[in-house]
Every structure is written in structure tokens, then in C-alpha cells.
Design a protein around this ligand. Structure first.
Ligand code: ADP
Ligand code: MG
Length: 227
């Protein structure tokens, strides 16, 4: 009985999310259509054309971002559950993300409490998406550069990943809004990154906590049971 109730709750939530996602995608697409239509109806100067085209393209990019982050979340589980080494998963994300971080003046400092592998149980693709969204947020919080510190810690029962930035930080109200669909303070944000993160962490029986100081930075801790 209880399981069925939960299942219904989840279906309802996905339904609501799907409705708001369609709405969010329609806005940039409608804007894009408007700019293209204007260009069809009149001869514009090269400069105007350039401006309208780049607005049209950014509308498409925005729609694309929303679809990418949401579809990943909505995709049925067909990936295999496996033993994952948190250190290896982190390394593969960082290989991918560090060039753009360095280019943006962000230094990356990574350390581990142990030389040994740190095993948890989960789906590699989903766990990487989760790390990626968290690390992306940390980097995006430091538009003028800074330091991203990643530290892993293993105790008897838990494996922790600490992700610390020296970025813009968050107020209490902002922290309380984390994970609410479409909550974003960024001009080009989707507000879906943490919705995805929280659903993945929940499915792995993990925990996520934040602490932050405005203009100082943010500490994000994710924690899982050892395998
Ligand atoms: P998006 O990154 O598209 O805005 P997210 O769901 O990933 O969506 O994040 C939602 C919001 O949470 C961000 O817009 C930002 O305000 C806040 N946030 C998340 N992580 C951090 C961080 N490390 N530092 C400061 N703010 C953060
Ligand atoms: Mg994000």
C-alpha cells in the first residue's frame, strides 16, 4: 500500500515537472520564432540581422539546455548498477571539466583521505551527472576566478565528497530554494541541475547538505554508504 502511494506521488511529480518543462521550453522557442519571422518579413541591416540571429540561436540553446538536463532525469533506468570508485568517477569528470575551469581562472585542488579505492553502489552515468552538475555550479559561482577544492573522505560506513568553492555564496533563503524546479539566479540558468542531483542522490540512498556564506563561498557535502 505504502509503495503504491509513493509511486503515485512520484508520477504526479513527474507529470507536474513535465508540464512546467514544456512551458519553459516554449518560451525561448516562441522568442526564436519571433526573431526568425521578423527577418523573413523585412530586410534588415547586417548589424540588426546579426543581433536577431544571435538572439534566435540563444533561444534554441536555452531550450536545448532544459531538454538535456530534464531528459537525463526522466530517462528510465537502463544503466547497470555497479560498484563505483568515487575517486575514479571524480577523475573522469575533472578531465572533462578542468580545461574550461582553468580558462576561467579557477584553480582545482583535489585530495583524498585514503590511497585506496572508495567504493559505493550506483549507476556510473547518473553519478557522473550528479558530480558534474555540482562541480559546474561551484565553478559558475566564481565568475571572476577562485579555487575549487574537492576532498573525499572515507569512514567505516560512509564515503563523503566535499565540494568547496570561493564563489558568490548563498543566503539562507537561497539555500532553502535549492532543488526547487526552475529556481535559478543565473541569466542563462535552467534551475534543473539540482533537481536532477537530488533525485539521483535519493535513488542512491545518499545525502546532500549545503553551507554557505554570501561573498565568501559554499561548501557542498554529499555522502553515501560504503559498498
Ligand atoms: P542553474 O545552475 O541552472 O541555475 P541549479 O539547479 O544547478 O540551476 O542551481 C540553482 C541555483 O542554486 C543557482 O542558480 C544558484 O543560485 C544556486 N547555487 C547552486 N550551487 C551554488 C554554489 N556552489 N554557489 C552559489 N550558488 C549556488
Ligand atoms: Mg547548475
Amino acid at each position: 500500500h505504502k509503495e503504491k502511494l509513493l509511486r503515485l506521488e512520484k508520477d504526479r511529480m513527474v507529470g507536474q515537472l513535465a508540464a512546467s518543462v514544456s512551458h519553459e521550453i516554449r518560451n525561448p522557442l516562441t522568442a526564436t520564432r519571433g526573431f526568425l519571422q521578423m527577418m523573413e518579413q523585412k530586410e534588415y541591416s547586417v548589424e540588426e540581422r546579426k543581433r536577431y540571429l544571435s538572439l534566435a540561436i540563444s533561444g534554441i540553446d536555452q531550450a536545448n539546455d532544459i531538454i538535456t538536463e530534464y531528459l537525463h532525469y526522466a530517462k528510465p533506468n537502463n544503466d547497470q548498477q555497479a560498484q563505483l570508485d568515487v575517486k575514479e568517477e571524480l577523475a573522469s569528470i575533472l578531465r572533462f571539466i578542468s580545461p574550461s575551469a582553468f580558462a576561467g581562472g579557477v584553480a582545482i585542488d583535489i585530495s583524498h583521505s585514503s590511497e585506496n579505492p572508495m567504493y559505493i553502489w550506483g549507476e556510473s552515468k547518473k553519478f557522473r551527472q550528479c558530480l558534474m552538475n555540482l562541480i559546474k555550479n561551484a565553478i559558475e559561482s566564481m565568475p571572476g576566478g577562485g579555487t575549487l577544492t574537492i576532498h573525499t573522505h572515507q569512514s567505516d560506513k560512509h564515503i563523503q565528497v566535499w565540494i568547496t568553492d570561493t564563489g558568490v555564496g548563498m543566503s539562507k533563503a537561497q539555500i532553502n530554494s535549492l532543488g526547487v524546479p526552475f529556481f535559478t539566479t543565473k541569466k542563462e540558468g535552467t534551475g534543473l541541475g539540482l533537481v536532477v542531483v537530488m533525485s539521483i542522490i535519493k535513488s542512491m540512498n545518499g545525502k546532500i547538505t549545503y553551507s554557505s556564506n554570501v561573498n565568501k563561498g559554499t561548501v557542498c557535502l554529499i555522502q553515501f554508504q560504503t559498498e
